[in-house]
Design a protein around this ligand. Sequence first.
Ligand code: PMV
Length: 345
Amino acid sequence: MVSIWSAPANIALIKYWGKKEIQLPANPSLSFSLQNSRSITQVETDTSLKAGTWTFSYDGKPNAVFEKKLKIFFDRIREELSVLDRQGLRIHSKNNFPHSSGISSSASFYASLALCLCELENHAVNRTPGEKEFFQSASRIARLGSGSAARSVYGGFNLWGQSDIRGSSDEYSIPVNTDIHPDFSEYRDAVLIISSEVKSLSSSAGHALMNENPFGPSRYSQARQHLKTLYAALQKGDHTTVIKITEQEALTLHGLIMSSSGGTLLMTPQTVEAIKKIREYRTATNSKCCFTLDAGPNIHFLYPDNEKEKIHNFIRTDLASLCENQQWIDDHLGAGPMKHKNFSL
Ligand code: PMV
């Protein structure tokens, strides 16, 4: 039996930064899934392998770093996924975006792997869950690999973490697309690759530092308030509020990283320069664009679909020179994971 799924990367507008055991968020977060930037994973049961063992390749090659992380992940989920012990598994994965391009590949990777494992488990125990139940379990399993991966098992906007929004949970993410204003359901993201160097602070180390950060408790209540305000603005089509909260969340994330023990600085002069240029462009042209950041130097430049041509010109003339090798990725809000017949994207 073989299962092949692809899943998208996602970009958070309300940031998850700080967690409780095991992989439960300290505050709810809201993201949207991208369309073009994806991981594809194939999991095949193989009777020639000893039951309970597995092999892994990334881009056709063994990868010791991933293998170490996978071992921890499998130990976490072993009790509820009998397929891990029944047979041997051969796992292959790859991305269609550069590995260290500032797009979190762990979210798309764990989401695609969780979808494969849940499908194989259902087959092994002869269970046919409804669609909602299937994706909910995949989201919960993905979360145990990488928290933000919980949000990559659905398309469009996703909410992960207990909040006032009905159906939300710390255990898994839920899609929140029904009342989103059309301007945002066609939102676009140009990922500006300022630097592809490996980050000096891993996200697990960053989350852990939040336990001692003196601003932690007030940050978690700010995130809850931001979520309410931003979600209402996404529904109303209120760009002013979306821009304000999205940028404040991005800078708060970096403020938290700077104010945590060790004082890590992840933005480079080019990041700051690009932010200034984006804000100047917005003021000069009345554009509805804004930026957000992950825990790294790269910029997610967000804008409505009807500004695409002008924004692409602006990137070419003003921003590309700030990017490493002029590199940027043209992406947009997408439809979510896909089941595949072949291991190709
Ligand atoms: O899923 P993790 O542990 O890699 O954490 C991701 C954290 C941020 O990308 C910085 C924010 C988010 O909500 O995606």
